[in-house]
Design a protein around this ligand. Sequence first.
Ligand code: SF4
Length: 435
Amino acid sequence: MLADTFDFRAFVASAVRWCRSGLQPHLLAMVRSPYSGVPHDVGAAYATLAGRTGALLDAIDAQRLGLPPPDRDAMLRFAGRARRIFAVAETVEDDPLRAAIVATFELSTPLQAAQSPGFSDGSGAEFALAEAVPLEARDGVTARQKHFSASSLNAYAECARKWFYRYACAAIEDPGSSASAYGTAFHLALEDFHGEFPRPRAVDEQAMRRRVAECVTWAFERNRDGFETSVEFELQRRRAQRTAQRYVDWLLAQEKLAPFEVIGREVPVELDLDGYPFVGFIDRLDRDERSGGIGVVDYKTGSIATSAAEYREKIRKFRDFQLPFYYWARTAAGDRVTRLALLPLKDALLDVRPIVLEVVPGAVTEAKRSAAPDGTIGIPDLERARARMVEISKELASGTVTHFAVAGDPAACTYCAYATACAYKPPTVPERFAR
Ligand code: SF4
């Protein structure tokens, strides 16, 4: 069996390279190999984790993934063997090193030979072919959780395979990133800040500026563990401080234009959509002091649509369900929701410029290409988003989905936590430069 011979040789070659260079990619290739002695899905999950954190053996030592005892023991055994051959490599040439790898990983034991039919020592000797194992019949998959969220539907809309990894398998524990820690800390800071300043007023400007700075400092201290280094922590904290002052600028400008009161922070929402339960949290709820209409505000610390028209198109194409879900949840709670807003808090160098969609009763025919941050969205669009949420929930809850397609757009894979394990992801498009 050529494939097994190849796998065997590839494993030994990766082990030699790991021993000679100490480079992580060779160790990751080893742990994913059928000759590693660890179950493939466990090896792939650890490889994915290490691809993000950069230290496979440390991750195994720290038992970063919660595993059943046999899998945990297999991983610890793998780490011990990898270290042993690494130590041996300092004193031996390549041939004895290969022999040491074969012996250390017990590649020639009867068990290993039985698990790896076609195992060869590379001498070219004949060997017997094993009977092919019949393929398992495909079976449907359901989510582990019984409730849905707009984020899970957004993940499904972006890439069904990503949804499968995250919501059906819980394939890895996502260790997070400094970008997500920045977002968490900023949300926390604004939640506290608006607890004291629900009605922004020009007379309170100095007090607001002082207080928002304190809230950012405190929130970042609470999330210090989310940043890998103290330099990263300090850089992100300073970025947040500058952005927070720009946020106060915007509050003061908005207060002159249309005074409002913050009536809810991190508001839990639940909604039953045709029997499918949805849960979530709304970052902020505002009441317009003149009209009494309710505004739903979602803080965004990553990249977002740059115009109201672009965001409306995402809703129409069923690529974003966040604000439609909040709209229906608060409407069901009895609110008259009149505006949906994304509030960008990413760039410290730019003024805060929310993307706002006023909710209007009829269909909207505004230009798709308008670059304006303010626009409208018709209730018919929100109804279609709601109907699509029900359809997707029904599909995912049915347990009949047997194939989860990978993303069509390679951009979806850029920060995907499952990219290392995802064998069929679309190839990245090389960047092109022109004069
Ligand atoms: S790597 Fe790309 S295709 Fe694979 S799960 Fe992630 S987003 Fe989907």
